[in-house]
Design a protein around this ligand. Structure first.
Ligand code: A3D
Length: 320
């Protein structure tokens, strides 16, 4: 059986890390595409030269032409600009919307059967626009955000409880922004929900509230430290988990920005919800019951995403 082909549109910080992880995990051959001349070629060659040391077989190439992504099984999109200190994800909208138009057309022409994972910010609006520009089936176009946000939440919780990250599960729903909704009721340590752990005296409500807020601010915390860009190791690892679930038909349940068609009372929009990713792409959108603050928080987050979609449609009326 021929190796799978994974195209990375955008060969910056996340793109390069994606290529490295995909090589190490032997998920397939990698094509790095970027408008910056020499960058995808240089990264591909550097990574290929690491393959004998790490013992992985993968063909890694860099390109400036969309033809090279032809027949890709998976396309991961990071093309665009990242945040600098003081910028919100939404500040990126105008620039990155134009990039999504070019990328969408490239994918439609050369890789129409691919499973497409968008990472470019502002995430929920960009993945919505990318699906419209590409016209690929909605179940084949998803956004990466919830896996990262949940991973940050899990890491902070594991630190607080002094337990393995493996034993902490967590769910973060809604849009990828300051309004994201970390769900404590659906987050557990070895199956024990967080509110029960507060009752058991393992932590306090104040500490839990602080962790929730740190999760919401997780991206900004890294931007403030790095000063020259945004997070890339954890975002790349998160997208690879999604790609792997598709390529290996693992049917993992992951929080992702998915197209809603009536679920949660919403349609024609992308927002972070739990989904099943398998060989069919998004095989199921899971509707969990939300109550009280969870519900109002989710509604607020949906409102913020809709605001971004309106801003996109004002720039590019064909998106309406
Ligand atoms: P960066 O290292 O700047 O890489 C972006 C790459 O895109 C650069 O190499 C550019 O040359 C390239 N590029 C720009 N325009 C085009 C184009 N038209 N076609 C092809 N390539 C192009 O950024 P990064 O890798 O750190 O981040 C990439 C994106 O991911 C940004 O929009 C970030 O905001 C976003 N991001 C999202 C998350 C989420 O959780 C959703 C997390 C972290 C970063």
């Amino acid at each position: 059986m021929a190796r799978k082909k994974i195209a990375l549109v955008g060969a910056g910080q996340i793109g390069g890390t994606l290529a490295h992880l995909i090589g190490l995990k032997e998920l397939g051959d990698v094509v790095l595409f970027d408008i910056a001349e020499g960058v995808p070629q240089g990264k591909a060659l550097d990574l290929a030269e690491s393959s004998p040391v790490d013992g992985f077989d993968a063909k890694l190439t860099g390109t400036q032409t969309y033809e090279a992504i032809a027949g890709a099984d998976v396309v991961i999109v990071t093309a665009g600009v990242p945040r600098k200190p003081g910028m919100s994800r939404d500040d990126l909208l105008g620039i990155n919307l134009k990039v999504m138009e070019a990328v969408g057309k490239g994918i439609a022409e050369f890789a129409p059967d691919a499973f497409v994972i968008c990472i470019t910010n502002p995430l929920d609006a960009m993945v919505w626009a990318l699906q419209k520009f590409s016209q690929l089936p909605k179940q084949k176009v998803v956004g990466m955000a919830g896996v990262l946000d949940s991973s940050r939440f899990r890491y902070f919780l594991a630190e607080e409880f002094g337990v393995s990250v493996e034993d902490v599960t967590a769910f973060v729903l809604g849009g990828h922004g300051d309004t994201m909704v970390p769900l404590t009721r659906y987050s557990t340590v070895a199956g024990i929900p967080l509110p029960d752990l507060v009752k058991m005296g393992w932590t306090t409500q104040e500490k839990l509230d602080a962790i929730v807020q740190r999760t919401r601010d997780g991206g900004a915390e890294i931007v403030a430290l790095l000063k020259t860009g945004s997070a890339f190791y954890a975002p790349a690892a998160s997208a690879v988990a999604m790609a792997e679930s598709y390529l290996k038909d693992k049917k993992r349940v992951l929080p992702c920005a998915a197209a809603l068609e009536g679920q949660y009372g919403l349609s024609d929009m992308y927002v972070g919800v739990p989904i099943v990713i398998g060989a069919g792409g998004v095989e199921k959108v899971i509707e969990i019951e939300l109550e009280g603050e969870e519900k109002t928080g989710f509604e607020k987050s949906v409102g913020a995403v809709k605001g971004l979609m309106d801003a996109c449609a004002a720039i590019q009326p064909s998106l309406k």
